[in-house]
Design a protein around this ligand. Structure first.
Ligand SMILES: Nc1ncnc2c1ncn2[C@@H]1O[C@H](COP(=O)(O)OP(=O)(O)OP(=O)(O)O)[C@@H](O)[C@H]1O
Length: 307
């Protein structure tokens, strides 16, 4: 199947600062594609380029078969976009907001009713159509903002941190909705800081300082990125012990996770040695996406530092 998004060396420079640096990737139809990375990594800049709002400085790319440089107007008409600061009208009801956006997108009157009904059902907003948006909680507003972004029935939707500032339950429910949307054929690109959401994406791309550090399915990243045996180390004074542990020649990485240290050993055979050296409890663990991203970020820093 033809990819929905293709980029080759996509780059955006602001003055002398490179916000996105040579991004090459493809997104397939029906994916929930996660874009992850620390603040300032370039995620929103990528989204804005792919939505046709921001012109790339160099490289090339297509969204839904349209060129990012020459056909941005066509892209804008065919995609849905929910920005971090999505705008809803607080003094209008749920339904009135949807009607307003249907008008903005030029949906013919005879089609509006059916479309609004479908979106209200999809987002679980049934029964709330007459509520004023100003009275809705963050989670419901986000569902409505998603519905408004979908009013034009786009083949692809871009969601920039759609779940920031809502409860964990609302975040889970929102993700269930976008997974359903993707299963029905709409491709979704979503940015998030939450690892539990990243786990629910079909594939994730991890950006740091504008560069793509990894791109794969969450399970494959956990299997393939860490090269060694990951253990959890419990010692009474983890912060003080970090440096000593890091300096051991059989230790590849060491990071703090709450009160525990996660230590990447060169091999399983060093488990006993670490336990004897620290006097702490050592347990082998399955890497989380957090471990993967810590390892990727460190690897990058080392490479840049020439170590
Ligand atoms: N219009 C602009 N002019 C100058 N610098 C910009 C502009 N837009 C973005 N940047 C810079 O580019 C970098 C990447 O920003 P971007 O918003 O894409 O990051 P992000 O990964 O989405 O971050 P966050 O998670 O905080 O939203 C930041 O350092 C930001 O300050």
């Amino acid at each position: 199947m033809k990819p929905v998004v293709v980029t080759r060396g996509l780059t955006r420079v602001f003055g002398d600062f490179t916000a996105v640096d040579g991004l090459t990737m493809e997104i397939r139809p029906g994916e929930v594609f996660g874009l992850l990375g620390p603040n300032g990594a370039g995620k929103s800049t990528v989204i804005r380029m792919l939505c046709g709002i921001l012109t790339p400085t160099s490289g090339s790319g297509e969204v839904l078969g349209y060129d990012l440089f020459r056909e941005s107007e066509k892209i804008k008409k065919r995609i849905g976009y929910m920005s971090q600061k999505f705008s809803l009208y607080e003094d209008l009801t749920v339904r009135e907001n949807l009607e307003f956006y249907a008008g903005v997108y030029g949906i013919p009157r005879r089609e509006r009713e059916e479309r609004i009904c479908r979106l209200v059902t999809l987002a679980g907003l049934a029964g709330r159509e007459r509520e004023l948006v100003g009275h809705l909680s963050g989670g419901w507003r986000q569902r409505l903002a998603l519905s408004c972004a979908l009013i034009g029935e786009p083949a692809m939707v871009f969601l920039d941190e759609p779940t920031s500032g809502v409860s964990p339950t609302a975040r889970r429910e929102f993700f269930a909705i976008i997974r359903g949307l993707a299963a029905a054929g709409t491709t979704v690109l979503v940015t998030t800081h939450f690892m539990d959401e990243a786990e629910r994406c079909t594939r994730i791309a991890f950006l740091s300082e504008g560069k793509l550090l990894a791109l794969d399915a969450p399970g494959r990243l956990k299997e393939n990125v860490l090269d060694g045996c990951l253990v959890e180390l419990e010692v009474p004074d983890p912060v003080e012990r970090m440096r000593d542990v890091e300096a051991l020649e059989y230790v590849k990485e060491c990071s703090l996770h709450g009160r525990l240290l996660h230590v990447l050993l060169a091999g399983e055979e060093y488990l006993g040695m670490l336990s004897r050296f620290t006097g702490g409890r050592v347990n082998r663990i399955t890497p989380s996406l957090d471990d993967v991203f810590v390892a990727l970020a460190r690897r990058r820093r080392r490479k840049e530092g020439g170590l």
